[in-house]
Write a protein that binds this ligand. Structure first.
Ligand code: HEM
Length: 247
């Protein structure tokens, strides 16, 4: 009978375990669907860490000081060298996540030319997981509009304009005749759907499944996917309601 008891030296010399072979296969692995899922999960979790930091800074908009604290924070964010370096990493994180998602969904489509009924994922998938591509694409459109109206406005179109609070206020009060604010709210609702599935599924893609911890990760994911988008959505709602003199 075949023995399954390998010694350590036998094991590291076995073709499956040889480090040089693993190293040689790593770029290949990243090009495979499994490698891409890993990268998508890692970049997704990295982006998950960015959102609370961005939200914390944006909460300064609620401070009743005419925007002084938010302007000081925004000035620091747009001039600090450390933040510049972090921004390059952030852009790379977004690009990896978006490109990987696009490649994976194209591959899935060509491997399964006849679409399933009721979305791209079949019956076994949850409501949220079926629409990851759709919600992700709308978040991408949101992001392009967002960067254009805030980051590019202050760094390119009106470089030197330091009135960040004023820009945000005007955008949420009268942008697109008031629809800009509600577009943010709708985008944050879709963001909640996207995060709801993405958070826990990232841990699964990384192979981190545990009887005890997976339900906890799912609960944290649910809480995160409600609190963070709700925090972002509260900002345009606040400016709109103030503008409409509701309070
Ligand atoms: C009400 C909600 C939000 C407000 C008021 C807001 C505000 C801002 C402002 C003022 C900037 C420009 C900062 C600068 O020029 O230095 C900015 C940049 C940015 N925002 Fe937002 N943001 C919001 C929501 C979001 C969300 C939900 C995301 C992610 C999907 C996001 C992602 C980014 C990114 C990637 C940048 C460019 C990087 C940076 O400048 O740090 N923002 N945001």
């Amino acid at each position: 009978m075949l023995s399954l008891n390998f010694s350590f030296s036998q094991r590291i010399n076995h073709p499956r375990w040889r480090m040089s072979e693993i190293a040689a296969k790593t770029p290949l692995m990243m090009a495979t669907s499994l490698g891409k899922k890993y990268l998508m999960a890692l970049s997704g979790l990295f982006l998950v860490s960015f959102l609370p930091v961005h939200l914390a800074g944006n909460l300064l908009l609620f401070k009743n000081d005419g925007g002084a604290a938010f302007d000081a924070y925004s000035l620091f964010m747009s001039t600090s060298m450390i933040i510049r370096v972090l921004e390059v990493i952030l852009v790379a994180g977004f690009l990896v996540h978006i490109l990987d998602a696009a490649v994976l969904s194209l591959r899935n489509k060509s491997a399964r030319p006849v679409g399933y009924k009721g979305g791209s994922g079949g019956k076994a998938k949850s409501f949220f997981s079926r629409y990851m591509g759709l919600t992700g694409s709308i978040i991408l459109i949101y992001l392009v509009i967002h960067i254009n109206s805030f980051t590019l406005k202050h760094r390119v179109y009106e470089a030197g304009n330091l009135a960040f609070y004023h820009t945000v206020k005007i955008a949420f009060e009268t942008g697109w005749n008031g629809l800009y604010a509600w577009f943010y709210v709708l985008s944050m609702l879709l963001m909640a759907f996207h995060l709801n599935h993405g958070f826990a599924s990232a841990f699964q893609s990384l192979g981190l499944n545990h009887k005890k911890y997976t339900p906890l990760i799912e609960k944290i994911g649910l809480l995160y996917s409600i609190v963070i988008p709700a925090g972002f959505a509260a900002i345009p709602v606040y400016f709109q309601l103030k503008f409409l003199r509701v309070f």
